[in-house]
Design a protein around this ligand. Sequence first.
Ligand code: SF4
Length: 198
Amino acid sequence: MANLRESPYIWVTWLAKIMAGDITCQWQSWFRSQNKEIEKQPDDFDLVGWKMDHTKMLTELKEKLIKENYSPIIEQSVKYKIPNLDITVAAKPDCIIEKKDVVIIYDCKTGKERSSDQVQVMIYMYLLSKGKFSGKQSKGVVIYKDKKIEIPNLPENFEDNFNFFVNVLSSPKPPTKNPGADCKFCSITKNDCSERVD
Ligand code: SF4
């Protein structure tokens, strides 16, 4: 079973997945934002292999940027409090550099491309523009093993979409569940979600 959080705590990947529509069961992101999971469904994800691949990509990026005379900030925690509300959006961008009046955020992805990868970087861009780097133009780059995608600016209506989905995840009223294909990749156990399809 899970423990109720004192206030909603939204991790960036949970938010990015529902903003991009990569998962259709919004309840899983809502549940994690409202509760600390005590137990997780076992899966066959190779965490150690992923960590090694990701660390290698990030190390190569860092070395390249240092050679180009930048001072990359690596995996710095960002916690953004929604103004006037007791809601935290938390993130840890892989790498940030400052280039005159521009801040560039990089995220390294070891797997196949998903829409939420770009949305995740857009959220980083948005959060940083509200905090330490306010007043600077922000750009994003998603790096895959064989390509990179540049995000020169935030799409129109990004802030409206961000606020809409933060509202979904922080509301006391849960969104509807959508048991099915998403369950296979969901860590929430049957103890917390009796509709789980195994
Ligand atoms: S187990 Fe399935 S229905 Fe339950 S939260 Fe996860 S994805 Fe949704």
